[in-house]
Design a protein around this ligand. Structure first.
Ligand code: DGL
Length: 283
């Protein structure tokens, strides 16, 4: 693995930038390429076939960029990972962490809530991970399909989002959970609202911290950590990059980031005809 090659991160839209933020903080020297499919987000309520087709296209882009590792900064894609095992690429993919370890570490009552897209909740992956570590835990999963849609549109404070938050989270509050996992990378944008609804005593877990650490460990184990110079950030979106810059500028320092528009469909078409990809998937 060549140390100076970029890390590739991708998501259905702007959510994966919450993982980018953690990774940038942890690994300031790394070159990072991000792709957010903002033209087709959200993915969470789409069919498995649709999502797999879109991910194939993103993989073609990542291959073209010669990344040294791919970070699936999307739980929805991560839980469908096995469907993509049939495809091979010449870089490893690291899926989004479930947050089971920090949730069990911080929870006293072991009553843990999980909020995510419909696809992620239907997979049962987070519940299974938590129960595998502690069979006494009680998990309360809740799909919140409106969240990603509203966040993607940049409505981070409006009445609709607030009403949705109370609607989705009230049953979890009534279930007396003491820890809540944000199992969708879009949700850290609205942590303050979620904390307000749940109350200060509930611990909110953003698994992006663990995902970033996993990437760091993988690169360290494979002599792949970039040693010199400041890292670059090339952030590509299939729609409205300037709006993404405005939204995300409130959450992390975007001054050294390049935001660009990128239509990946023609690229995917070209590479599907001209390249044979090969590699493995870490779900
Ligand atoms: N941010 C994504 C996730 O973590 C998906 C949101 C969506 O596109 O529905 O699941």
């Amino acid at each position: 693995m060549h140390r100076d090659l970029p890390i590739g991160i991708f998501d259905s839209g702007i959510g994966g930038l919450t993982v980018y933020k953690e990774l940038r903080q942890l690994l300031p020297k790394e070159n990072i390429i991000y792709f957010g499919d903002t033209a087709r987000a959200p993915y969470g309520s789409r069919t498995k076939e649709e999502i797999c087709d879109f991910v194939d296209e993103i993989m073609q882009l990542m291959s073209l960029c010669s990344i040294k590792v791919g970070v699936v900064a999307c739980n929805t894609i991560t839980v469908l990972g096995t469907a993509m095992l049939s495809k091979n690429y010449n870089f490893e993919l690291i899926g989004n962490n479930t947050g089971a370890v920090p949730a069990l570490r911080d929870s006293k009552s072991k009553r843990i809530g999980v909020i995510a897209t419909e696809t992620t909740i239907a997979s049962g992956k987070h519940r299974a991970d938590i129960l595998a570590l502690d069979s006494r835990a009680v998990v309360f999963p809740r799909a919140c399909p409106l969240f990603a849609q509203l966040i993607e549109a940049g409505s981070l404070e409006g009445d609709e989002l607030r009403q949705a938050a109370y609607h989705y989270l009230t049953p979890l509050k009534e279930a007396n959970i003491d820890t809540l996992i944000l199992a969708c990378t879009h949700y850290p944008y609205i942590t303050l609202l979620l904390q307000e609804v749940m109350g200060e005593e509930v611990v909110i877990i953003d698994p992006a911290v663990e995902t970033a650490r996993q990437v760091q460990d993988y690169l360290a184990e494979n002599n792949g950590l970039k040693i010199n110079g400041e890292g670059s950030s090339h952030l590509y979106f299939s729609n409205r990059p300037e709006q993404v810059r405005d939204i995300t500028g409130k959450f992390f320092d975007t001054t050294k980031c390049e935001f660009r528009l990128l239509d990946i469909t023609p690229l995917a078409r070209y590479y599907a005809n001209n390249l044979s990809a090969n590699a493995s998937y870490l779900g």
